[in-house]
Design a protein. Structure first.
Length: 572
């Protein structure tokens, strides 16, 4: 009897449970979210030089907020600054103004965003099914999904989708005009792609299914709500539509198909021969695997079925009619997904319009489905032997759900933090003039802008090919670096250094074997790499090999820093 009352306390609608019950489940939801965030913080501050992988692109240039002399006339820094949404950059600037360095803030931010996401995820769930336990399940599933992947932890613009879009859904369900308009405006400042999704949902809200056909409904209150929010969406997107970038144009579909970067095995692989993978996974797909992580998310597919059987699943009667918003979210997202495919790459990557939406929809649907199943099972377990079977199995199921990430992954939460392993190198480079430019093909070059605060000519992490005004220059730089590093002609090396005004050259000691290039998925996509491999098989060594000892000014852990002035002053 006591166990039955406990289950009823879990699945009772909010109107039949005390306010304290809702507070308890919200508090427990926040506890899990905070725990995941704190575990990530431990990784973030586990060493002196730690940075999240994507933050190396989107955060490094913000050191300019602390020192305006850093990265002068830096192509890479200028590009990533130009593509940063205004609200995102402003937030980091404000934090820098109060003394929180961008890199430090990027490590703290995911915890804060996770807590905001949790509060609104809980609130949205209660608007759909007024059962606090369902809200708890939704927050746990969504948080697990976010911390098993690297979106939230990146503290880049995509990390703001959930803490900004979930408030939009919450205030939309409550028909709170100020809340929805504010959420749309913030989405436009941090992640503008999802303003399209919000606008799509608003339009779909006006469509009604009546008398076996669709019709438009324009009640005065709803029309005013719709018009104001659409106006906010229009004006927040207008600057993006009319602005021009120094790094235009956006690459076209035809041009992308000619670049190995977009082909299988490329740096930004997009075109995949396998139709299933193309449409459901990767940059071109809807992001199905992301939406089904953790595996319990798949239970969300049961919700449309359970709704059709209110007799065995009586709690389904408590579902709000507003649950249709989940379908509207899917439709709006799929609409933008196919629009992005039709206009490649003008609306950027199609996956950006669906992977986040699917994750939210599956979290809500799975949580509600589990709650309906538990309620039905609890009503089934009325006899003693059924109770003896039901409660251990239910406890095992919930324990498995809650602790699934720890069992499924050895490194949960998955932070994808990169740890710098050459502090002496970073310290040495920080002592060089702030306008120093470093050429390198080494993987270590990806860390230098963040840890050494110095500009690099090129690096795999920054090889983003969507804007030709940037990437044409970047690709030329990379090709030139490969050619110069492996040419036997000293004059060619000196011309390279003079053309790009390179000050320092970071070289891996093991870089002069064919496998160094052939096994590097980034470098081998450049034609110059194939020429370099052929050159390395010849008896004539690259010119800089003969200058390694004479022009070295720093050496550590298999890397050597060469002084370009020494190379320029050398005789052929």
């Amino acid at each position: 009897m006591h166990s039955a009352r406990s289950l009823k306390l879990f699945v009772a609608p909010a109107a039949k449970s005390s306010h304290k019950v809702a507070i308890f489940w919200l508090f427990l939801s926040l506890t899990f979210a905070a725990t995941y965030g704190i575990l990530a913080l431990q990784d973030a501050f586990s060493a002196d030089y730690v940075v999240q992988d994507d933050a190396r692109q989107h955060v490094f240039w913000m050191q300019r907020f602390l020192d305006s002399q850093l990265f002068p006339q830096d192509l890479i820094a200028d590009y990533f600054q130009s593509v940063s949404p205004a609200g995102y950059a402003t937030l980091y600037r404000l934090m820098a103004a109060v003394g929180i360095p961008p890199l430090i803030f990027s490590k703290i931010l995911p915890l804060i965003l996770g807590l905001i996401t949790t509060v609104y995820c809980f609130g949205v769930t209660l608007q759909l099914l007024p059962v606090p336990f369902a809200g708890f399940l939704a927050t746990v599933l969504l948080n697990q999904s976010l911390w098993m992947q690297d979106g939230l932890i990146s503290a880049t613009p995509k990390a703001f989708v959930y803490p900004l879009f979930l408030p939009f859904l919450y205030y939309l369900l409550k028909q709170n005009l100020l809340g929805t308009a504010g959420a749309i405006a913030l989405l436009g400042l941090f992640y503008p792609q999802y303003v399209f999704i919000a606008a799509g949902i608003l339009i779909l809200q006006l469509i009604q299914w009546k008398n076996r056909r669709f019709s438009l409904s324009f009640p005065a209150k709803k029309t005013r709500f719709f018009a104001i929010n659409i106006a906010v969406a229009f004006f927040i997107l207008l600057p993006y539509a009319i602005s021009t970038s120094e790094f235009s144009p956006t690459i076209s579909l035809a041009e992308a198909k000619t670049l190995p970067e977009f082909l299988p095995g490329g740096r930004t692989q997009f075109f995949i021969a396998n139709a299933w993978d193309f449409w459901f996974h990767g940059r071109s797909g809807i992001g199905l695997s992301a939406a089904l992580t953790p595996a319990f998310m798949a239970l969300g597919f049961l919700l449309p079925i359970l709704r059709q059987f209110p007799q065995p699943f009586p709690l389904a009667k408590s579902l709000s009619i507003r649950v249709r918003v989940l379908g509207e979210l899917l439709l709006a997202s799929l609409g933008m997904f196919f629009a992005a495919h039709a206009l490649l790459f003008q609306l950027h990557l199609p996956s950006r319009y669906t992977q986040h939406s699917l994750r939210m929809v599956m979290a809500f649907s799975a949580a509600i489905a589990i709650t309906l199943l538990l309620d039905a099972a609890g009503k089934w377990a009325r006899t003693l032997w059924r109770k003896l079977l039901f409660f251990p199995l239910t406890s095992l199921l919930l324990a498995t759900l809650i602790f699934y990430p720890q069992w499924a992954m050895s490194n949960f939460p998955w932070t994808y933090y990169q740890t710098g392993t050459q502090p002496q190198l970073y310290g040495f480079l920080q002592q060089q003039p702030k306008d120093s430019l470093i050429a390198s093909l080494s993987e270590e070059a990806n860390n230098l802008p963040t840890f050494a605060h110095r500009s690099i000519l090129a690096g795999r992490e920054y090889a983003i090919p969507y804007h030709l005004g940037y990437y044409a220059q970047f690709r030329d730089r990379t090709e030139a670096t490969i050619a110069a590093q492996y040419t036997p002609e000293l004059a060619t090396v000196q011309q390279f250094l003079d053309r790009y005004r390179v000050d320092l050259w970071l070289v891996d000691k093991g870089a002069f074997t064919p496998s160094y290039l052939a096994e590097n998925s980034w470098l081998r996509q450049y034609p110059a790499a194939q020429q370099a491999i052929a050159q390395l098989k010849s008896p004539t060594p690259p010119a800089i090999v003969t200058l390694m000892n004479r022009c070295s000014i720093f050496e550590n852990y298999g890397t050597v820093v060469l002084d370009s002035r020494c190379i320029l002053n050398s005789d052929s």
